[in-house]
Structures are given as C-alpha cells and as structure tokens.
Design a protein around this ligand. Structure first.
Ligand code: ATP
Length: 221
C-alpha cells in the first residue's frame, strides 16, 4: 500500500503555507516529516486526514485518486497535536473504545495499573500523550498519522513508543512529525523536510544543517 500526496495549494489569509509538496508513504516504512515551527507539518497531516481542505490537492492510494476525506474511508487513525480523549472519559473506557486489551497495555506500561478508573483529565500531560499515542498505534486502521507523539514523554517512554512504532510499521503506513528530531531521524525510513511550502527528501543530519533546521556543526558538540 502506497499513500501519495501532491499538487497542494494551501493559504491562510493570503499567505501561502503549502504549494510544492510531494510526499510518499509506504506500508512497511515509517515516514517522518520535519520542519521549523509554522512550516505546515500539522496542516499537511490535517489535509491527509481530511479535516482541512486546501484549494488544490491530490491524494492517491496505490495510484488511485481519493476524492472523499480519508477519515470517511475508515482507514486512518490520527493523533492530533491537541488532546484526543475527552476529559470525562476514564482510562479503562478509552482502551475499550479503541478495542485495546488492558492487560497488554499494563504489561508495557505498568505504572498505569492504578489509573484504570481515573478520568483522563487527572493524568499528567505526558501520561495522557502516552495513552493517546498507544491507542492510535493499536487501532485497526492501516494508515496512522502522528502529530508530535513524543511531546512531554520521558526518554524511557519515547524509547518504548519507538519500539511499538517499529513493530507496527510492518503492516501499516506510519507518518509522523515531532520536534525530537533525533528520534524522528533514527525511526524514519523516509524523511521529508518542509520549507517555504515545499517538501524535500532528507538523507542525513548535514542536510538538516544546510536547510537551516539545525545549527551548523550541531553534530560535533
Ligand atoms: N486555521 C488557521 N488560520 C490561519 N492560519 C493558520 C491556521 N492554521 C495554521 N495556520 C498558520 O499556518 C502555518 C502552518 O501551521 P502548522 O500548524 O501547519 O505548522 P507546523 O509546522 O505544524 O508548526 P509547529 O511545528 O509549530 O507545530 C502557521 O504560520 C500557522 O500560523
């Protein structure tokens, strides 16, 4: 399965945000997106999901043009940058909603054990992000979009989520962005950089320096 997007034209208030993006994401691979603040990463994921309609866009799955929003096709799970779960939902109920087994979750993340009957509003920012990312990754959808899955996560949990992503990619398309760029670089099979509304494939840290994303010589420090 191959997901492609191009021919996008997105503007807000007369300012062009995206105009020359080409991105290809394949099953069996993790596709990373990096870019400075405001470069259009979230907008691109929203366009893919179907919750944002640009002036033009072309989204194809296995070469076939997709005209209706992807979320209507029931094929895609999206972790948005903002909160996913409502505040008055209990942790255990959120797992049930996503058909995720409590025992398996606790096996991976033991410290959630006492939280089964807690409201998600009582979780810390990192705990909530971890739970939401876990649920999206374990959904039965074959396209997974993750906007900043690592925000607020402690290093051990970043590492565990990376392991889950690497495991899940076998039969899913996984597209993600985060400002923990080293994690994105190490996790991604294909990596795109957004700048001036366009996308570019990135092959190494030096490319990120020359694009002005990283300070020059950042890798020697
Ligand atoms: N609904 C909107 N109305 C007006 N401008 C918007 C809207 N949504 C996004 N923008 C602008 O579009 C640009 C791209 O925003 P977007 O959230 O896609 O960037 P991003 O790369 O995800 O940024 P960050 O890394 O800071 O999360 C920004 O300049 C933002 O202010």
């Amino acid at each position: 399965m191959i997901l492609e997007i191009d021919n996008i034209e997105l503007s807000f208030d007369g300012k062009t945000i995206l105009r020359g993006v080409y991105l290809k994401a394949e099953k069996g691979k993790v596709t990373g997106i990096l870019g400075r603040n405001g470069s259009g990463k979230t907008s691109l994921l929203n366009i893919l999901f179907g919750s944002l309609s640009p002036k033009y866009k072309s989204i194809r799955i296995d070469g076939k043009l997709i005209k209706s929003p992807l979320f209507q096709k029931n094929q895609v799970a999206y972790l948005p940058q903002q909160r996913l779960l409502t505040r008055n939902m209990k942790v255990g109920s959120s797992l049930k909603l996503f058909n995720v087994d409590w025992g398996t979750f606790i096996n991976d993340f033991e410290h959630f054990k006492p939280f089964k009957n807690h409201y998600t509003s009582n979780l810390s920012g990192g705990e909530l992000r971890l739970l939401e990312t876990y649920l999206i990754l374990n959904s039965d959808k074959n396209i997974i979009l993750l906007d900043e899955p690592f925000s607020n996560l402690a290093p051990l949990y970043v590492s565990k989520i990376k392991d889950i992503i690497a495991h899940k990619k076998v039969d899913k398309i996984i597209l993600l962005t985060d400002h923990l760029y080293e994690e994105i670089v190490s996790l991604s099979d294909d990596l795109y950089f957004l700048k001036n509304g366009c996308s570019k494939l990135i092959y190494n840290m030096e490319d990120l320096e020359s694009e002005g994303y990283l300070p020059i010589n950042s890798q020697q420090k």
